[in-house]
Design a protein around this ligand. Structure first.
Ligand SMILES: [Zn+2]
Length: 287
């Protein structure tokens, strides 16, 4: 099954597939181990800067090798590709899914580039994700609070979304309904009524939920069950688990210079986070 068929299955059966951002090898290993242990399909995704850190060709090989050696249903997505060039490079390198984020560009330019990307990706059987609005926050642990005004600026307007999807033919729409990038001291509540409206106007489009970190398990379940979300992006909670467990492992092993030897504890901590998400998303046992 390819990525699109998996999303179709998720939509039919009412579960969501986790899209886990990878910014180091330990996170990658943890996601693969969790997918294998939970028998779950997973998406591994790399933002533009994460992709540059690894190198596109390395990423494609890493994913292909893990599929072969671990037998996991793993799909590779470019997350928030900022330009047509970045997206095309990922398509050429062998990614299976691409997300073009033209939300910071003027609407007409976003529309034009998205329309150019869709046939390039579809020709190779890839899915395309895009959006109109700009999600608030960034994928980190924030000390400051976020205001509701900041979040509401990026809320999806269902009618505009319908028009954009109709004109571009994208597969996945990144819907914003109170979800934000990153974890804040007080997490905003997601607007399920808005999500339902988005679902109603886009019955044939897959909906993604960015900023899945920090949202309560119950709200995530509702976004899947009531709102029909099938792809949920998780980044900050993985970065947090990595850093906290790494600092602990370094403290506990002050004389160890072969740092890879203390990494199993780090991988295990991240794996627990991923497995918990898989449980909430309902994707365990599906692969
Ligand atoms: Zn995102």
């Amino acid at each position: 099954m390819n990525a699109k068929e998996w999303l179709e299955k998720a939509k039919d059966e009412g579960f969501a597939i986790g899209a886990f951002n990878v910014d180091n090898l330990e996170i990658f290993k943890a996601v693969v181990a969790a997918a294998k242990n939970k028998k779950s399909p997973v998406i591994v995704e790399f933002s533009d800067s994460e992709a540059k850190y690894f190198g596109l060709a390395n990423i494609v090989d890493l994913v292909q090798n893990a599929r072969e050696t671990e037998g996991v249903s793993l799909f590779l997505n470019l997350d928030h590709g900022p330009d047509k060039e970045n997206v095309e490079a990922a398509i050429d390198a062998g990614f299976e899914m691409v997300h073009f984020d033209g939300a910071k560009k003027p609407y007409e330019e976003n529309l034009r580039i998205t329309k150019e990307i869709v046939p390039l990706a579809h020709e190779k059987g890839l899915t395309v994700e895009a959006e109109i609005d700009h999600i608030a926050g960034s994928s980190t642990v924030h000390k400051e609070q976020i205001t509701i005004e900041e979040i509401k600026q990026g809320f999806t307007n269902p009618e505009r979304a319908k028009k954009f999807v109709g004109e571009t033919g994208i597969d996945i729409y990144a819907a914003f309904f109170g979800n934000v990038h990153g974890v804040f001291p007080i997490m905003p509540k997601v607007d399920l009524e808005l999500l339902k409206k988005i679902r109603e106007v886009l019955p044939n489009t897959f909906l993604s939920m960015h900023g899945g970190s920090g949202i309560s398990d119950e709200q995530v379940r509702q976004a899947i069950q009531v709102g029909g979300v099938v792809k949920i992006n998780i980044n900050t909670e993985l970065r947090q688990a990595f850093r906290v467990s790494l600092e602990k492992a370094l403290r506990e092993n002050p004389d160890e210079y072969a740092v890879y030897k203390i990494m199993p504890a780090v991988i295990s901590a991240i794996q627990s986070v991923v497995e918990h998400k898989i449980d909430i998303f309902g994707s365990g046992g599906k692969a």
